[in-house]
Write a protein that binds this ligand. Sequence first.
Ligand SMILES: [Cu+2]
Length: 160
Amino acid sequence: MTRTPLFAFALLTLAACSPGGAGSGEPATVQAADAICRPTPVGRQMTGCYLTLTTATADRLVSASSPDANLVQIHESRIESGMMMMRELREGLPLPAGEAVALAPGGNHLMLLGVKEPLVAGDTVALTLTFETSPPLDLTATIGQPAVTESGEADATAAD
Ligand SMILES: [Cu+2]
Protein backbone atom coordinates (compact mmCIF):
# COMPACT_ATOMS: atom_id res chain seq x y z
CA MET A 1 0.00 0.00 0.00
CA THR A 2 2.71 2.45 0.88
CA ARG A 3 4.06 2.23 -2.64
CA THR A 4 0.95 3.59 -4.27
CA PRO A 5 1.54 7.32 -3.68
CA LEU A 6 5.13 7.03 -4.86
CA PHE A 7 4.08 5.22 -8.00
CA ALA A 8 1.46 7.84 -8.79
CA PHE A 9 3.99 10.58 -8.25
CA ALA A 10 6.42 8.91 -10.64
CA LEU A 11 3.75 8.78 -13.34
CA LEU A 12 2.94 12.45 -12.90
CA THR A 13 6.59 13.34 -13.13
CA LEU A 14 6.97 11.32 -16.31
CA ALA A 15 3.99 13.03 -17.88
CA ALA A 16 5.28 16.47 -16.95
CA CYS A 17 8.69 15.74 -18.41
CA SER A 18 7.62 14.18 -21.67
CA PRO A 19 8.92 16.11 -24.65
CA GLY A 20 6.51 18.37 -26.47
CA GLY A 21 6.85 16.47 -29.71
CA ALA A 22 3.30 15.17 -29.45
CA GLY A 23 2.05 18.71 -29.29
CA SER A 24 0.71 18.62 -25.76
CA GLY A 25 3.32 20.88 -24.23
CA GLU A 26 3.64 23.60 -26.81
CA PRO A 27 0.84 25.86 -27.95
CA ALA A 28 -0.18 25.21 -31.52
CA THR A 29 0.83 28.00 -33.82
CA VAL A 30 -2.42 27.77 -35.76
CA GLN A 31 -5.59 28.75 -33.90
CA ALA A 32 -9.01 27.54 -34.96
CA ALA A 33 -12.26 29.21 -33.93
CA ASP A 34 -15.99 28.78 -34.50
CA ALA A 35 -15.79 25.33 -36.08
CA ILE A 36 -19.24 24.25 -37.25
CA CYS A 37 -20.50 21.59 -39.66
CA ARG A 38 -23.94 21.55 -41.22
CA PRO A 39 -26.24 18.65 -40.43
CA THR A 40 -26.08 16.02 -43.16
CA PRO A 41 -29.02 16.34 -45.54
CA VAL A 42 -31.39 13.39 -45.28
CA GLY A 43 -30.07 10.47 -47.29
CA ARG A 44 -26.74 12.12 -48.02
CA GLN A 45 -23.36 11.37 -46.55
CA MET A 46 -21.65 14.66 -47.22
CA THR A 47 -21.64 18.05 -45.57
CA GLY A 48 -19.63 21.23 -45.25
CA CYS A 49 -17.67 22.52 -42.27
CA TYR A 50 -16.66 26.10 -41.59
CA LEU A 51 -14.18 27.71 -39.23
CA THR A 52 -11.70 30.51 -38.92
CA LEU A 53 -7.95 29.85 -38.89
CA THR A 54 -5.32 32.25 -37.63
CA THR A 55 -1.59 31.67 -37.58
CA ALA A 56 1.30 33.75 -36.26
CA THR A 57 3.62 32.61 -39.03
CA ALA A 58 2.66 31.91 -42.62
CA ASP A 59 1.56 28.34 -43.13
CA ARG A 60 -0.73 26.22 -45.27
CA LEU A 61 -3.64 23.96 -44.45
CA VAL A 62 -2.73 20.85 -46.42
CA SER A 63 -5.30 18.27 -45.35
CA ALA A 64 -7.99 17.39 -42.87
CA SER A 65 -9.47 14.20 -41.53
CA SER A 66 -12.21 13.02 -39.21
CA PRO A 67 -12.96 9.69 -37.55
CA ASP A 68 -16.60 10.35 -38.50
CA ALA A 69 -16.05 10.59 -42.26
CA ASN A 70 -14.21 8.49 -44.83
CA LEU A 71 -12.66 11.55 -46.41
CA VAL A 72 -12.31 15.25 -45.73
CA GLN A 73 -11.41 17.57 -48.58
CA ILE A 74 -10.55 21.26 -48.68
CA HIS A 75 -12.97 22.87 -51.13
CA GLU A 76 -13.46 26.24 -52.71
CA SER A 77 -16.80 27.50 -53.96
CA ARG A 78 -17.18 29.67 -56.99
CA ILE A 79 -20.01 30.79 -59.18
CA GLU A 80 -19.75 29.57 -62.76
CA SER A 81 -22.50 30.40 -65.23
CA GLY A 82 -24.75 31.32 -62.34
CA MET A 83 -24.24 27.99 -60.65
CA MET A 84 -22.45 27.47 -57.36
CA MET A 85 -19.68 25.02 -58.12
CA MET A 86 -17.07 23.62 -55.79
CA ARG A 87 -13.78 21.96 -56.35
CA GLU A 88 -11.00 20.56 -54.25
CA LEU A 89 -8.04 22.77 -53.42
CA ARG A 90 -5.38 20.18 -54.11
CA GLU A 91 -2.58 22.51 -53.10
CA GLY A 92 -4.30 23.24 -49.80
CA LEU A 93 -5.22 26.62 -48.41
CA PRO A 94 -2.55 29.29 -47.81
CA LEU A 95 -2.67 30.91 -44.36
CA PRO A 96 -0.98 34.33 -44.35
CA ALA A 97 0.71 35.34 -41.11
CA GLY A 98 -1.48 37.18 -38.65
CA GLU A 99 -4.57 37.11 -40.86
CA ALA A 100 -7.84 35.43 -39.93
CA VAL A 101 -8.75 33.08 -42.78
CA ALA A 102 -12.44 32.31 -42.75
CA LEU A 103 -13.81 29.12 -44.24
CA ALA A 104 -17.40 30.20 -44.71
CA PRO A 105 -20.55 29.38 -46.68
CA GLY A 106 -20.15 30.40 -50.31
CA GLY A 107 -16.37 30.30 -50.02
CA ASN A 108 -13.73 27.88 -48.89
CA HIS A 109 -14.84 25.06 -46.65
CA LEU A 110 -14.03 21.58 -45.48
CA MET A 111 -16.08 18.87 -47.16
CA LEU A 112 -16.87 15.75 -45.21
CA LEU A 113 -17.44 12.82 -47.58
CA GLY A 114 -18.65 9.37 -46.64
CA VAL A 115 -20.04 10.56 -43.32
CA LYS A 116 -20.56 7.39 -41.29
CA GLU A 117 -23.55 8.41 -39.15
CA PRO A 118 -26.06 11.17 -39.89
CA LEU A 119 -24.94 14.43 -38.26
CA VAL A 120 -27.74 16.13 -36.36
CA ALA A 121 -27.80 19.62 -34.88
CA GLY A 122 -26.31 19.53 -31.42
CA ASP A 123 -23.91 16.68 -32.23
CA THR A 124 -20.20 17.25 -32.48
CA VAL A 125 -17.64 15.97 -34.92
CA ALA A 126 -13.90 15.59 -34.40
CA LEU A 127 -11.56 17.09 -36.98
CA THR A 128 -7.81 16.96 -37.34
CA LEU A 129 -6.18 19.62 -39.47
CA THR A 130 -2.74 19.09 -40.92
CA PHE A 131 -0.47 21.99 -41.82
CA GLU A 132 2.69 22.41 -43.83
CA THR A 133 4.79 23.45 -40.84
CA SER A 134 2.65 23.71 -37.70
CA PRO A 135 1.80 20.58 -35.71
CA PRO A 136 -1.55 18.92 -36.46
CA LEU A 137 -4.52 20.52 -34.77
CA ASP A 138 -7.34 18.50 -33.21
CA LEU A 139 -10.63 20.28 -32.79
CA THR A 140 -14.28 19.63 -32.19
CA ALA A 141 -16.88 21.13 -34.50
CA THR A 142 -20.48 21.52 -33.44
CA ILE A 143 -23.25 20.51 -35.82
CA GLY A 144 -25.55 23.38 -36.75
CA GLN A 145 -26.24 26.08 -39.30
CA PRO A 146 -23.37 28.49 -39.83
CA ALA A 147 -24.00 32.21 -39.66
CA VAL A 148 -25.15 33.48 -43.04
CA THR A 149 -22.64 35.73 -44.75
CA GLU A 150 -23.33 38.94 -46.62
CA SER A 151 -24.34 37.11 -49.79
CA GLY A 152 -27.27 35.65 -47.89
CA GLU A 153 -27.29 32.57 -50.07
CA ALA A 154 -25.81 30.15 -47.59
CA ASP A 155 -29.04 28.30 -47.10
CA ALA A 156 -29.73 28.06 -50.83
CA THR A 157 -26.60 26.03 -51.46
CA ALA A 158 -27.23 22.91 -49.48
CA ALA A 159 -24.20 21.08 -50.76
CA ASP A 160 -21.54 23.66 -50.15
CU1 LIG B 1 -17.54 21.22 -50.92
